[in-house]
Ligand binder design. Structure first.
Ligand SMILES: Cc1cc2nc3c(=O)[nH]c(=O)nc-3n(C[C@H](O)[C@H](O)[C@H](O)COP(=O)(O)OP(=O)(O)OC[C@H]3O[C@@H](n4cnc5c(N)ncnc54)[C@H](O)[C@@H]3O)c2cc1C
Ligand code: SF4
Length: 306
């Protein structure tokens, strides 16, 4: 499952994107290369031909919805927007829901201050306000969308979704759950079909490095690597033999490389300065060995028009 979008902007600009569901199984799949190939589809190509590539970016979409919401509050703080997971996956829209969660949290903060709160409070008013709001209702109505597609595939799952959305208004009397994490869906390389992606033509499709350059990503040098490996040996000792180290492909910025040194020995290289902060590695590493942490300073991509 997945999706795509194409928006027309002012000054004859076009924003095109491909959404690759991170529950994919083929260890050789490369979301970046799928996107390059997608741009050659006649329907998309007609809008891109003769144009100039001006920007590039990538971002994991928090699509778990209602069934994946963590605890919303902690002493003195609250999670809002995509940090909480309020995106409506059925519509792939999360701006209005993020705003609403922020408004509900702000109202709860105001109530706590007016009640002479001394800080460090648990904002339970935010949780209650959320449950009573249209936001909860909207997320409730879309709760089955992802699990239905993941469990039953696009045909049967799509049918269930059609029934749920159009006949039951999102209130079909059962709730489906995604119980398998995305990283656990990756099949070993031996069970995956190799994919030979076409070479980029430099007009519609491009290589990773020149694309990353256009993300304007920047990290101050001489800082600790913000991509933490729990066990530095796993990429070569486990991931390489079992999954052909999929980080080489799922990372859309070419951060992870398996390089062969002059001695013939292999080395797992992390080009952390190229990271566009999409968080895919944290989600998709099949060994769950990578933790993305905020880098020092204000490092990261700098997307134009955003
Ligand atoms: C490709 C794509 C297309 C989308 N299309 C749509 C659409 O058409 N319609 C729609 O409604 N939704 C869409 N969404 C979803 C929508 O963008 C998000 O749901 C929404 O932006 C979430 O808002 P937010 O404020 O929670 O988080 P964000 O918009 O992600 O804002 C978080 C902010 O925090 C900043 N930040 C992060 N870490 C730090 C730090 N350590 N210090 C300081 N600042 C930090 C980030 O730079 C960012 O500006 C799309 C998402 C993607 C990825
Ligand atoms: S290193 Fe991780 S967060 Fe950074 S671009 Fe690659 S996959 Fe995304």
């Amino acid at each position: 499952t997945g999706g795509s979008f194409l928006y027309h902007l002012e000054n004859n600009q076009v924003v095109v994107g491909l959404i690759v569901d991170l529950s994919y199984g083929n260890a050789f799949l490369s979301p970046f290369d799928e996107f390059q190939r997608y741009k050659h589809h006649p329907v998309i190509k007609q809008y891109l031909e003769g144009g100039k590539r001006v920007a590039y970016g990538a971002r994991a979409i928090c699509k778990g919805g209602l069934n994946s919401l963590p605890k919303m509050v902690f002493p003195g703080g609250a999670l809002i927007g995509c940090d909480l997971g309020t995106l409506n996956f059925a519509k792939i829209k999360g701006s209005h829901t993020a705003m609403k969660s922020g408004m509900l949290a702000a109202e709860a903060v105001a109530d706590a201050l007016l009640a002479d709160g001394q800080g460090g409070d648990l904002l339970n008013g935010y949780v209650d306000g959320f449950k009573a709001s249209w936001l909860y209702d909207e997320l409730f109505r879309s709760r089955n969308f992802g699990p239905a597609l993941h469990k039953f595939g696009p045909l049967v799952g799509g049918g269930i979704n059609w029934l749920d959305q159009n006949i039951f208004g999102g209130k079909i009397p059962f709730t489906l759950h995604d119980t398998k994490p995305d990283y656990a869906c990756l099949k070993p390389a031996a069970e995956s079909k190799r994919i030979d992606y076409p070479k980029p033509d430099g007009k519609l499709s491009f290589d990773k490095l020149s694309s990353v350059f256009l993300s304007n990503t920047n990290h101050e040098e001489e800082q600790p690597c913000h991509l933490k490996l729990t066990d530095a040996s796993i990429p070569l000792s486990v991931n390489l033999p079992k999954w052909d180290e999929p980080a080489q492909r799922y990372c859309p910025a070419g951060v992870y490389e398996v390089v062969t040194q002059e001695s013939g020995e292999k080395k797992f290289q992390i080009n952390a300065q190229n990271c566009v902060h999409c968080k895919t590695c944290d989600i998709k590493d099949p060994s769950q060995n990578i933790t993305w942490v905020a880098p020092e300073g204000t490092g990261g991509p700098n997307y134009p028009n955003m």
